[in-house]
Design a binder for this molecule. Sequence first.
Ligand SMILES: CC(C)(COP(=O)(O)OP(=O)(O)OC[C@H]1O[C@@H](n2cnc3c(N)ncnc32)[C@H](O)[C@@H]1OP(=O)(O)O)[C@@H](O)C(=O)NCCC(=O)NCCS
Length: 186
Amino acid sequence: MAKQPIPHPVLSTSRLRLRQFRPDDSDAMHRCFSDADAMRFWNHPAYTKRSESERAVRRFIDCTPSYYRFWAVAEVETDRCIGMVNYHDGQMRSRRVTIGYIVDPDRQRDGIATEAVAAMLGFCFGELGLHRVQALIHPDNAASRGLAEKLGFRCEGRLRDHLRVAGEWRDDMLYALLKTDARGQA
Ligand SMILES: CC(C)(COP(=O)(O)OP(=O)(O)OC[C@H]1O[C@@H](n2cnc3c(N)ncnc32)[C@H](O)[C@@H]1OP(=O)(O)O)[C@@H](O)C(=O)NCCC(=O)NCCS
């Protein structure tokens, strides 16, 4: 008998529903991916064409759960997508992933990322049984560094020329939260 695909896990918080992406989330993600400020520290330049965001959303729909998974961050009441959280670079033998996140520029500074990423961490340390969750953050990305620190991540150092974006080398700060850290148990 053919294997049934495992349904995409839905994660709920008081204001948010983290669910699988759908093609009709492309406009919402284009608001994020075309915003030069939000994309300043991303691993690719801001998109100029809607088709680029459509293609990205198509990639977000297909997951390889042991390696990467993307969630649309949707408002509970409207189901409207207002951002994305993901884990990627899964190293299941070492029970480790790296995470990423972006929130609609008009919805930032309202605790959305704190709520969404905390829910994803619960899934990573709980259902996935991971031991270590990492975040690689540009040294000048104060918002992302503040978020990681608020969630209990520790900065473990600076990785030189770790990323190449539009022909330029960039450093990354390596942040990590372990399941055995106080906040990893929350
Ligand atoms: C990083 C990002 C996802 C944070 O989303 P958000 O929903 O605004 O974050 P929250 O409101 O939950 O804030 C959590 C903490 O982050 C820090 N923070 C958020 N925005 C900040 C800003 N503009 N400047 C400084 N610190 C900031 C604060 O410590 C904040 O805690 P506080 O509200 O108690 O002070 C958002 O700024 C974003 O989408 N940035 C562009 C994409 C990006 O750089 N992603 C990360 C790549 S590594």
